[in-house]
Design a protein around this ligand. Structure first.
Ligand code: ZN
Length: 125
């Protein structure tokens, strides 16, 4: 994907909580992201925090306490760059849903049937 040439994704980071835009660069210019956040794109991404962690299970997800992005360091190191890129976009859809007060992890609904997941899949593919 040529569009990937315009973004920077970290591959070697330490455990920490930091600004999303210090590590994931160029996402604010992607049209899908601008569709998700509209005029607030820069503001939302500049306020978003990313936590790099050592969990080996799971790749990346949104913390449902405060809506920050959590990313596995292993995944960044070993994962396929295109998958990581699509996952970041997927999780950014959840960031917006979280801001709208939606329930991200409703265990009463199957993962594949959750409206929040369906919206992510519709936007990334
Ligand atoms: Zn999801």
């Amino acid at each position: 994907m040529t569009i990937m040439l315009n973004v920077t994704i970290p591959c070697n980071v330490k455990v920490k909580l930091d600004n999303f835009m210090d590590h994931f660069k160029g996402f604010e210019k992607i049209s899908i992201i601008r569709e998700i956040f509209g005029d607030n794109t820069e503001k939302v991404l500049s306020e978003l925090k990313v936590e790099f962690c050592h969990f080996r299970r799971g790749f990346m997800w949104i913390c449902d306490d405060d809506g920050h992005l959590v990313v596995s360091i292993c995944y960044l190191k070993r994962g396929n760059k295109r998958d990581i890129y699509l996952d970041v976009i997927h999780e950014l859809v959840h960031v917006r849903q979280f801001m709208e007060g939606k329930e991200l992890y409703d265990d009463n609904i199957d993962y594949v049937k959750r409206p929040t997941e369906i919206e992510c899949l519709r936007r990334t593919f």
